[in-house]
Design a protein. Sequence first.
Length: 227
Amino acid sequence: MAADPAQIHRLVETHRSYAHAIAAGVLKTLPSRVERTEIESAAELGLTEAAGSFDNRPGVQFKTFAYYRIRGAIYDAIRKATWFSRAQYKQVQAEAGVNEYFADAASQPANGPCEIEELERHVGAAVSCYMLSLDSNKVKAAVDPTDSAERTMLQREQESALTIALRRLPERNRAVLEAYYFDGRTLEDIGAEYGLSKSWTCRLHAKGIELLRESMGVRATSAAGPR
């Protein structure tokens, strides 16, 4: 059951400074011309949404639950902005995707200490988000003349593997990933199109990322990092 109005108000007022601190952290990575108030407003929106959907599930802490939703609201706001270069936009898009993946993970009850296998799964999923954001299926990136033939071939092999892995996904999961990473839409907008809640769309995104990682196998876990 969702929180009642009194609890929502209490959670928002208690954690407002927490939301502003998260906004300040993200703001440091953005161009100096970005207004602090714009980012803080997005953070407060995310906090309010988190408070409204928090259900006191055993093993789930509100600050952890809210953290990714606050960052998600910030990323939704800045992805709609026009002051990014293409490279900056792809970086933000990748970070937003990783954030949404962990938002879903944070909404699940903890199963005890983090095992190596779980850590590897999360790392592989994060790399998959970056690979999707940098994929050239929709927008072909210019070939870097300084790249070696071996690096260029590896990049093309990874792109081909990613394309094949996407085709193997269940239709709904693939549609969510393509709309989010290739069309730049928010999970909320995508969910509205299918008559789904944002939390359920977030679950489809996370499951799609996990299936993509599994389909690509070692390629996903051994790919180059986000930088």
